[in-house]
Structures are given as C-alpha cells and as structure tokens.
Ligand binder design. Structure first.
Ligand code: AMP
Ligand code: GLY
Length: 424
C-alpha cells in the first residue's frame, strides 16, 4: 500500500524510516515533510491543518493508511474528517485526542478513575485562581489548559510569581485560547519517564521507556524547549514500576476513555514522574513524543504498519510487541539561540556519513533544500542524531561521536544527554 504521514519534524522522519522498513509499503508521502524526509518519501506541499486538502490527496492517490504524527491536527479532528471520507487513518478521533488537547479534561478523568496524578484545581475564572493562590503552598505548577507548543507550564516558587503566571496565561493570553482555562497543581519531584503505547480502544501495549531532556542548556538549565535529546530505555523504569503503571495507570486510562464514550485508538504517551509515593501522571499526549520517537522506533522489531492496522481494527491483543535489548541515544543539533531567536539558512555538511551506517540515524527536524539543492538549516531544532549501542553508555558514546560528523554554522547541542546513565 501507499502511506501518507502528516507532519514535518524529527518524529515524522523517524516514523517514515520505520514505515520504509515495512514489507507492506510501496510508496510513502509526507505532508508537508522536510528535506530529510524527502529522501525516503515524496513531500507534498499541504499543511497539517488543511484537512480537506489532505483527505482529497489521500483519495486521489488511493492512500492505504494515513499516519498523523502531530498533536494539532489530531486535537483539531483530522481523524474524524478522514473517517467520514472512508479513509483509513491512524490516530485518535477528536473526542479522544482531548486527552492531550485539554489538561483540565485529563485531570478530571484521572481524578474520576483514581489514576495517580498531582493534586489540582481547574479554573476558568482568573479571580478565583488568584484567590486560590493566597492559601496554596509553594512551589506550585500552573498549566494552560490547551495546546501551547509544550510551553504552557509554569513552575512558580512564590505567590507573586504565581499571580504573575495567572495574569499572563488567563488575562494576557500568552498562549492564546489555550489559556481560557487553567490547571493549578501540586509540585512533584522525582525522575521523569516517557512511556509511549499503542492502543486499539480497549487493549494497550506499551513500548520501551525513554527520557527526554526538555531544557535548553546543560545541567537542565535554561528555557524549556521541544526537547534537546532523549535516551531509551530509562534505567529508572524498573519492572516493578512497570507492573504498577500497567495496573494503576495504563489500562485504567484506556478503560476510562472507553467508559466515557471516547474510545482511544492511536498512541498514548504517558509523561510520568517517579515520585517517592510511586509513579504519577504528569501529562498525557495523544501521539509519539518528539524526540522520544527517535530513540524508541529504531529499537522496535515489529512491522509498524501491522501494529497500526491492528490498532485500527481492534486486534492489538494479537500483536506481540518486541523491542531490541539494546539502547539508543538521540542528541538534538539545534541552531544557537533556540528556543528564543536563531538564524536559519546555513549549509549542513556531513550528512553522507550516516548513509548505510547500521545503528546510526540522522533524523531531520528543521532542514530544507536551498536553490542549489543543498541541505540548509531551517528551524531551531535542526537534526536529531541517534545511535544505538549495546547499552546506554555505548549508545551515548556512539551518538556523541556521530554529532561530530555534522557541521553547520551556529550548531548547538547539549553535552549531557543521558548523563543520568553515567551517574549510576
Ligand atoms: P507537561 O507539559 O505537563 O509535561 O509539563 C512540562 C514539564 O513541566 C514536565 O516535563 C515537568 O518537568 C514539569 N512539570 C509538569 N507538571 C509538574 C508537576 N506537577 N510537578 C513538577 N513538575 C512538573
Ligand atoms: N518530548 C516531549 C513531547 O513530545 O511532548
């Protein structure tokens, strides 16, 4: 069959690379894609939010399966549009993607179904939120309800800071309509782990664990970003923790969504914090993580199309999901100044080092081909350099070695991705 992938980042490049390995696939299209994805797929100049044009394209090309990588189109209801046109599509419908699209919804769901998460209150009135802060304990966490490019979370140490946060989220609308409503929740401490899973509406199969590094600078300093690197598996995610989460978090979430009349088919990404009182949910996402996908998918042994079709057809219980018993590390090469201000358009050298090199991947996030057909930087996060290794230490060495193969002006990266591994 021919496959269409919707999205344009490193995550979609990793998905495309997995799809390319499937024996069931002839041709891959990606809308809108990027220069790296263009090496294994035909990029189509249609935006991820142009649902009608995407559906018309899928019909015209007789696409057998569309895979939606990004949160915005999922939360906006792209899956419903495709289904109404009789097209096969992988991802949650709008009424299920709300699990990511509204933090207030997801917190209420967890409370109703006793799924462990931070204590919280939802607010749709700024004055009530401000009054609540007078009696709260600090630090405290403020979250814009809706999608905010991963930036809608503020950790506030004092009442003044928190009041300022309410002001900017709910009144100044720093994150737009995402801040019409907000969650104020208890501050938790512990290790963070990302667990991605395939879900078919009733059955859930979790993938190998991963950990993201969200801050821009070494030592988890600097601003929050889309993610500066990842490693997989997380050494802190033990079989005991997994057993607890399967029983108290993963299956209960799927069952809760079904009970609410919102059966979830697609990917649920569980952002967990391993607290002293056990694992708790920080957030849900309704899609692969970026850059978690870049370390998880290369380690998956199954044919991704078979797994996704099983999710759509409600027979995920028949799939034996398998991961390699190795490790992977992804180091993001960014443009200096990201996430605030950075230049674009610099030529990228050294990409050829990754060709036919088993266990090494260079996933493109923000790149394009210039008028001379040369790869140039075209975003804050430019490339995700990923390497596998027998264990995390080896994978980390391999990944950092591979970062040296690539050169471009203003190249910036963190040097401590996976450093948690070395602390052990
Ligand atoms: P989220 O987008 O909800 O994952 O939040 C982004 C980041 O903020 C998380 O990865 C955590 O590092 C941090 N965070 C979110 N909620 C909490 C919380 N309740 N306590 C401590 N840190 C949090
Ligand atoms: N890496 C975190 C995310 O994709 O939201």
């Amino acid at each position: 069959m021919d496959v269409l992938i919707v999205g344009s980042g490193g995550r979609e490049h990793a998905i495309a690379a997995s799809v390319a390995k499937s024996s069931k696939v002839n041709k891959i299209y990606c809308a809108p894609g990027n220069a790296g994805i263009g090496q294994i797929a035909e990029c189509v100049d249609i935006g991820a939010m142009e649902f009608d044009r995407l559906a018309a394209f899928a019909k015209e090309k007789a696409i057998g399966l569309t895979i939606v990588g990004m949160d915005d189109p999922l939360v906006g209801g792209i899956v419903d549009v495709f289904e109404a046109e009789g097209l096969r599509v992988f991802g949650p419908r709008k009424n299920a993607a709300i699990l990511e699209g509204s933090k207030a919804f997801s917190k209420d769901l967890m409370k109703k179904y006793h799924i462990p998460t931070a204590a919280y209150e939802n607010f749709d009135d700024a004055n009530k939120a401000l009054a609540y802060l007078e009696t709260a304990s600090f630090p405290i966490v403020l979250k814009a309800d809706g999608l905010a490019l991963g930036k809608g979370v503020l950790i506030c140490n004092t009442v003044e800071e928190a009041k300022q946060g309410v002001q900017s989220i709910m009144l100044d609308k720093q994150f737009g309509a995402a801040g019409n409503c907000m969650v104020i929740e208890e501050f938790m401490t512990g290790r963070e782990v990302s667990v991605l899973s395939y879900v078919d509406g009733k059955t859930i199969k979790t993938m190998t664990s991963a950990q993201d590094h969200k801050r821009a600078k070494d030592g988890d300093q600097g601003l929050n970003t889309g993610g500066m690197g990842t490693f997989s598996p997380s050494p802190f995610y033990t079989p005991e923790i997994d057993a607890f989460c399967q029983e108290h978090i993963y299956q209960p979430t799927v069952d809760a969504m079904a009970a609410e009349g919102r059966p979830f088919q697609g990917i649920i990404f569980f952002g967990l914090m391993l607290t002293q009182n056990g694992p708790k949910v920080l957030e849900y996402n309704a899609r692969f993580g970026d850059p978690e996908a870049q370390v998880v998918l290369p380690r998956m042994k199954n044919d991704i199309i078979e797994v996704m079709e099983a999710c759509i057809d409600g027979r995920l219980d028949e799939i034996d999901l398998q991961f390699e018993k190795n490790a992977a590390v992804c180091v993001v090469l960014a443009s200096d100044g990201y996430p605030v201000k950075y230049e674009k358009g610099f030529e990228i050298h050294g990409l050829e080092h990754f060709e036919n090199k088993e266990g090494y991947y260079c996933f493109h996030a923000g790149t394009k081909l210039d008028a001379n057909n040369k790869f140039v930087t075209n975003g804050g996060r430019v490339l995700g350099v990923t390497a596998k290794g027998a264990d995390l230490k080896q994978a980390r060495e391999n990944a950092y070695l591979a970062t040296e193969w690539i050169e471009f002006d203003n190249k910036y990266m963190r040097h401590d991705i996976g450093s948690a591994i070395l602390e052990q």
